[in-house]
Design a protein around this ligand. Structure first.
Ligand SMILES: O=P(O)(O)OC[C@H]1O[C@H](OP(=O)(O)OP(=O)(O)O)[C@H](O)[C@@H]1O
Ligand code: HPA
Ligand SMILES: [Mg+2]
Length: 181
């Protein structure tokens, strides 16, 4: 285990099981629908790659790069689009793939953004949901697992751009970020 990790919450195998379950739910709901799976970079990377290979349907993929945390463990409150989606979402069903819903600001903003571009439907699939920190009211259709109020890293999730490459998800030691916040 990495020296900056307090404890592992989800092993590689735990994550695999969650991804398989979510893929089945998505297959059931999107069978016969023309949809785009839209990953929110950078946090979605590992999850998106694993999830899309488990969903046995025809669909296209695209990405938006969105950031609001910067080098902090708390949201700046401002959601910046750093890379826009490259396909038209007009008249399309959109399934957003996200690593975590925390305050909910990112998803509230992006859902509204895609509806403003005329998407027919926008649903959210998140690997982790941290409801204790929510400041917006958003509907999350697919949730991998509900987590407690702790800052987690690994499997795409970062602190100050690090730890995304860990194959598991763990709680970051408070000593790593206590001087920064
Ligand atoms: O519900 P919220 O409070 O908005 O938090 C969730 C968002 O925060 C993180 O993104 P971040 O801004 O860290 O960018 P990143 O994906 O590049 O890490 C995470 O990947 C989600 O997109
Ligand atoms: O717990 C978290 N970890 C990493 N990134 C995040 N973005 C929102 N919450 C988190
Ligand atoms: Mg981040």
């Amino acid at each position: 285990m990495h020296k900056d990790i307090e404890k592992i919450l989800y092993s590689e195998q735990d994550i695999k099981n969650i991804v398989k379950r979510l893929a089945k739910e998505i297959e059931k709901d999107y069978n016969g629908k023309d949809f785009i799976m839209v990953g929110l970079l950078k946090g979605c990377v590992s999850f998106m790659v694993d999830l899309m290979r488990e969903v046995n349907l025809d669909f296209s993929i695209d990405f938006l790069a969105v950031s609001s945390y910067g080098n902090s463990t708390v949201s700046s409150g401002r959601v910046n689009i750093q890379k826009d989606i490259s396909t038209s979402v007009d008249g399309k069903h959109i399934l957003i793939v996200e690593d975590i819903v925390d305050s909910g600001r990112t998803l509230a903003f992006i859902s509204q953004y895609l509806y403003a571009k005329n998407a027919t439907s926008v649903k959210i699939c998140t690997l982790f949901n941290k409801p204790d920190r929510r400041v917006t009211d958003i509907d999350v259709a697919y949730v991998g697992s509900v987590i407690p109020d702790a800052f987690i890293v690994g499997y795409g999730l970062d602190y100050a751009e690090r730890y995304r490459n860990l194959p598991y998800v763990g709680v970051l030691k408070e000593s790593v970020y206590s001087q920064d916040t």
